[in-house]
Design a protein around this ligand. Structure first.
Ligand SMILES: [Zn+2]
Length: 178
């Protein structure tokens, strides 16, 4: 995935400057770590990924493209499985992994910052459960069946049928990035 680094987009910059103001010093974008996390707090062993809603299957904003649905559905599966695998790899190496949806950064910046700070500061920190859309099957009558999975053990899955969303494909500037 030729991911274009969009660290200069304003939501991410706002997130970084909020963390900086709180006194948390980080490195950006470590190539040496699995999945190339966006923000790395080396001493505290915390990595942060800011996941674009489209590419990583945000339950609120993933809308499958209307054309080439087999291609997009395979792509979503690859991306979400890779995210889950890399999260586990990093956790096995002793990193705390915080995955934040890009929409959270754009819409709930304070909450996103609080989640990161909790991982840095709280000794008993545990990752929050997170649901990810892993597949969407179009059904007749403008309906669709979505499968969502939790991205960490204990894994859980749920299937829901709903009307297809006509919302634009999310809020993400990163949609164009890979
Ligand atoms: Zn989203």
């Amino acid at each position: 995935m030729a991911r274009i680094r969009s660290s200069e987009t304003s939501p991410e910059r706002a997130l970084r400057s909020a963390l900086w103001r709180l006194g948390h010093r980080y490195r950006l974008y470590s190539k040496r770590l699995a999945g190339k996390p966006d923000i790395v707090f080396g001493r505290r062993r915390v990595v942060v990924f800011i996941d674009g809603c489209f590419w990583h299957g945000c339950p609120d904003h993933y809308v499958p493209p209307r054309s080439r649905s087999d291609y997009w559905s395979a792509k979503l599966k690859i991306n979400t499985e890779r995210d889950a695998r890399r999260t586990v790899e990093l956790e096995q190496l002793g990193w705390r992994v915080v995955r934040i949806w890009e929409c959270e950064v754009e819409l709930e910046l304070d909450r996103a910052v609080a989640r990161i700070v909790a991982a840095i500061e709280n000794d008993g920190w545990k990752p929050e459960p997170r649901w990810v859309v892993v597949s969407v099957t179009p059904l007749r009558g403008e309906r669709e069946r979505r499968t969502l999975r939790t991205s960490r053990a204990p894994y859980a899955e749920k299937v829901e049928t709903r009307f297809r969303s006509f919302r634009r494909q999310g809020v993400s500037s990163r949609q164009r990035a890979c």
